[in-house]
Write a protein that binds this ligand. Structure first.
Ligand code: ATP
Ligand code: MG
Length: 357
């Protein structure tokens, strides 16, 4: 099995190198790695944020692990080439349409969460956000005389786009606690009415073992802070997902520990899919090159990679358990109030892996 590594910019190379060590250890060296350029690093070397060699390396791989892209060096808004273009282009090239953000706060980090401990207890949810449709990609424009303009963004979804994202949500629910919450605004939006009909049909026909509920997005936003433990898997459209994933991320307390995945079509390895995995944090230019960034978000992204693209569920769980144990035992980088370096934090995780493997 082959993994493409895209370290990118800022702290990206530092955290990806550590996650690679974890992947190596937990699979006993069974994975082949291909490293390639993306983002600002690629612009400096080749003049483009996504060189063809990088796209090829990703297409050859079963999964992609990415650090982060961007930084002050490439921040000129007038420049025609920008680091983020690399990320958008590779997502498109790989046909990725489902963004996954699991949120299972670590009890050891409960102090950092804005929620009271009793509300945080038992929270283990996964938000599945549609990535390619909706208001972000509909017809848009600004019309009329200066000073009296009208602007519009059209929200549109096809049946097929809804079917494929609902299937991802239902597959995830089936592998977890069997509960799927489909979030929409069906009391107001036509796209949401179609969404609700399609979700109901797909789950009834293909996932009779999954229980489906429909929740309006405003109510969902409220439940996420008042009773987040009620959720298992949430599936929703692009913009609702953008907002709800940020809200859910805050529950965990720290930006440095959260992973994400972007999945595409089934890749032929069992029930798995092509995917790109990255921490939710950015390139953190203030920390770059200092060896102090928290590697946990990237290590947990590697665990998602093992699970969703390589079908290595046991190895994924070993990594997740090792992270939880390291944190429970007090291992902390500076962002969590500790003093471990990026490498030492990874060593703390790997020490708990070796006990088991
Ligand atoms: P984006 O690329 O999304 O625009 P950003 O530059 O606005 O990101 P991030 O890079 O995500 O923001 O992080 C903001 C701040 O949070 C960083 O400057 C850094 O201080 C802290 N931070 C982010 N990631 C980590 C990490 N892995 N470890 C420690 N601190 C982090
Ligand atoms: Mg930013």
């Amino acid at each position: 099995m082959r993994v493409a590594l895209l370290p990118g910019d800022g702290i990206g190379p530092e955290v990806v190198a550590e996650a690679r060590r974890v992947l190596d250890a937990v699979t006993g060296g069974a994975l082949a790695f291909d490293e390639a350029l993306i983002g600002g690093a690629a612009i400096d070397a080749t003049g483009t944020a996504l060189p063809d060699d990088t796209t090829d390396a990703c297409r050859r791989a079963d999964a992609v692990l990415l650090g982060a892209v961007g930084g002050p060096k490439w921040d000129d808004p007038l420049s025609p080439v920008r680091p983020e273009q690399g990320l958008l282009a590779i997502r498109r090239a790989l046909g990725l349409f489902a963004n996954l953000r699991p949120v299972a706060p670590f009890p050891a980090l409960a102090d950092a969460s804005p929620l009271k401990p009793e509300r945080l207890a038992g929270v283990d949810l996964l938000v599945v956000r549609e990535l390619t449709g909706g208001i972000y990609f509909g017809v848009k424009g600004t019309y009329g005389q200066p000073g009296r303009e009208r602007a519009r963004d059209v929200c549109s979804y096809t049946t097929e786009e809804i079917e494929r994202i609902v299937r991802v949500g239902a597959e995830m629910a089936r592998a977890r606690r069997g509960r799927l919450t489909s979030v929409d605004k069906a009391n107001v939006l036509e796209t949401s009415r179609l969404w609700r009909r399609v979700a109901t049909r797909v789950v009834a026909a293909e996932f009779p073992d999954v229980s489906l509920e429909h929740v309006l997005v405003d109510a969902c936003a409220m439940h996420l802070v008042t009773n987040p433990a009620r959720f298992d898997v949430i599936v929703t459209e692009n913009m609702f997902g953008d907002i709800l994933t940020d809200e859910a991320a805050v529950l965990a307390g720290s930006i440095g520990v959260l992973p994400s995945a972007s999945l595409g079509a089934p890749n032929g390895v069992g029930q798995t899919r092509m995917g790109l995995y990255e921490p939710i944090h950015g390139s953190a230019p203030d920390l770059a090159g200092r060896g102090v960034a928290n590697p946990v978000g990237t290590i947990l992204s590697a665990a998602l990679l093992l699970r969703h693209s390589l079908g290595l569920e046991r190895e994924a769980r070993l990594v997740e358990r090792a992270v939880a144990e390291a944190l429970a035992d007090g291992a902390r980088t500076a962002d969590l109030g500790g003093s471990l370096s990026t490498r030492e934090m990874t060593d703390a995780v790997m020490g708990r892996l070796e006990v088991r493997t």
